[in-house]
Write a protein that binds this ligand. Sequence first.
Ligand code: GLA
Length: 395
Amino acid sequence: MHNSNDMMINEIVAKFNELYQQEPVVVRSPGRVNLIGEHTDYNEGFVLPAAIDKEVYFAIAPTNTDTFRAYSYDMKEDASFDLNQIRPSQTAWANYLLGVVAQFQKAGHQVQGFDLVFGGNIPIGAGLSSSAAVECGLAFALNHIFGFNVEKFELVKMAQRAEHEYAGVKCGIMDQFASMFGKEGHVVKLDCRSLDYQYYSSDLDSYRIVLCDTQVKHSLASSEYNTRRQECEAGVAILHKHYPQVKSLRDVTLQMLEQHKDEFEPVIYKRCLYVVSENNRVEEACHNLEQGDLQAFGEKMYLSHAGLQHDYEVSCPELDFLVDQTRNDDDVLGARMMGGGFGGCTINIVKLAELENFSRRIEAAYEQQFGRKPQIYVAQIVDGSSLAQQEIAVN
Ligand code: GLA
């Protein structure tokens, strides 16, 4: 683990000691990147994410009361809730926690009182899934301190439902899955229909995964996200009439789409064309990884971006600019926007020896164009949600 992450844990534990005069259990839960396979998860397709060393930490302990008290280290705000009346709150950050508590209760688990301090270093709104990290971390922590024995995959689904019901985003399963099932040094391909998954080494040889954060957070993101979902369903409904076996875009081929193109509104057609092509790309890209063909992998990333920009229409000028900057750069194998879109980060495969030059070039170009600096991170791939190593001095 990184020193700055260790320091963060120490601060959170110290705050817990100060507020609640108890010793907590400490859980960590990471954000994620996604190499390829965007907006495919809720279409029962394929994704290729990994957990990264931007994390949320939870200091938590049971209290034998009916109340859950929480302190958000990042917001410097506290809140307290009656466990007999869990419902969505006006306090936005608390909803991710409440949503998880509600899922345990719905599943018939007796959630007793607990105290919590949580916080971390996943930039919010950057498309690195800080909300999934919070949901998965609390689900992991409650499961641990109360010994509920819920299976990890079930925790993932509970975390996803928390997002649906308490944050109002009808997200797919990728972010919560990646936060919980990440594995150090690996990316993981998930089949979002069967939930089968396979790890691939993320050793990119002389290359690294680099994130360029536009620092743009478009408020459009969640409403447009839900609209995209509906547009995909509209496409499925058209094809289902001709092919009863078609239950989601996962079942659709490019030939089927082409054949019935004139029955589609142009926008719906473009959305479906993107998703079907992207699913094919994930499979090919995994093949490229197996063969060690990073060049071909990178090309798929550019194609993915083009589809997200023109057909799925979830990019924005800042993301397009950052991707365009890399096109003729010999030190970059591939780049694309990542996550839900309308802001957040691009993900880039950059030559290790040229990282500094790359950062300098892209920062200067972005600043000249938009008058602000992008944030640049090298993503280290880590394990999914777990107890934090507590060999650290607590006091
Ligand atoms: C968000 C959602 C995910 C996924 C991505 C797009 O991160 O939470 O489920 O749909 O957008 O790939």
